[in-house]
Design a protein around this ligand. Structure first.
Ligand code: CO
Length: 296
């Protein structure tokens, strides 16, 4: 037999005998992108930007969206935009044949919303045991120092191109009354400030509030600021509470305090470099919710 034919025969022999024993078929994956949602149509471009990167990074993987806000889902449905919640999203992925699901939180940090997401996914797994081989709960944007450093670099690179030389930057985070996010926010603020001491951060609903921000700006002698949201989308909070013309907005209150304020309304989902941090989290095989944690 010709040597090449013999090699071919041998490789065929082994491929039949050996490969089925060792190479289990790769389970089909699916991704569930979970956000609070927005009813502001112009703010949806942040979701489009994230989806674009995910389609590049995870080709041939079904990507499904879930909005956790029922109120926003109902509002969108009235306008003909149908986006489901977590349960509907998981069902859609099961129907698409996904065996391994990666649930990616698009929250800024692991606060109240993220805790709710984790609970919803766990309850759904209990309702449908055995439906998926693995369900990874993928972490929100700001979790590690590396995350905050990459996010700070991305936000600063973007805002440096927008700010005037004598402008300080004010970032509005969401914040909450319950949970751990206040501490994450304080840690992230330190890392952002290490990039540039003229960055100031506060939240719209957290303990670090506008009064504290205004006092800090006054103490530092800041006269001009560029306002921007530290949120996935530039939705209602960014457009009204931050930059609105209403007397209660941060822009109006700063103006009253003698600080000139401009705003730059772009959700972080659209800031180059941010979606890649989420995608890095999506690839981590941590926190498989269908398995018991390792007992060491
Ligand atoms: Co809110």
């Amino acid at each position: 037999m010709h040597v090449l034919c013999r090699a071919l025969a041998l490789s065929l022999f082994f491929s039949v005998l050996v490969i089925p024993a060792f190479a289990a078929p790769v389970p089909k994956e699916g991704i569930l992108l979970v956000a609070f949602g927005t009813s502001v149509p112009e703010a949806r471009s942040a979701f489009t930007a994230i989806e674009k990167l995910y389609k590049q990074e995870f080709p041939d993987t079904p990507i499904v969206w879930a909005f956790t806000s029922q109120c926003i889902r109902k509002k969108l449905a009235r306008d003909g935009v149908h986006i489901g919640g977590i349960g509907a999203g998981l069902a859609k992925l099961a129907l698409a044949g996904a065996q391994v699901v990666r649930v990616q939180s698009l929250h800024m940090m692991a606060g109240k919303e993220f805790a709710g997401l984790a609970r919803s996914v766990l309850l759904n797994i209990q309702k449908h045991p055995g439906r998926f081989k693995a369900v990874y709960l993928c972490r929100p944007l700001l979790e590690s120092e590396k995350d905050a450093e990459e996010a700070a670099d991305a936000v600063m690179a973007y805002l440096d191109g927008k700010r005037q030389q004598d402008e300080a930057i004010v970032l509005m985070g969401h914040g909450q009354e319950h949970g751990l996010a206040d501490l994450t926010f304080a840690g992230a603020t330190n890392i952002f400030k290490s990039r540039d001491p003229h960055i100031f951060m506060a939240t719209v609903e957290g303990s670090r509030n506008f009064e504290q921000l205004a006092a800090e700006l006054k103490k530092t002698g800041v006269k001009k600021v560029l306002l921007a949201p530290l949120m996935l989308v530039a939705g209602d909070h960014a457009r009204n509470d931050l930059a609105g013309t209403d007397s209660a907005s941060w822009a109006s209150r700063l103006g009253k305090a003698g600080i000139e304020a401009r705003s730059c309304l772009l959700g972080l989902g659209e800031v180059p470099g941010i979606a890649a941090i989420f995608a890095r989290h999506t690839r981590q095989n941590e926190d498989d919710l269908v398995k018991e944690p390792l007992k060491e």
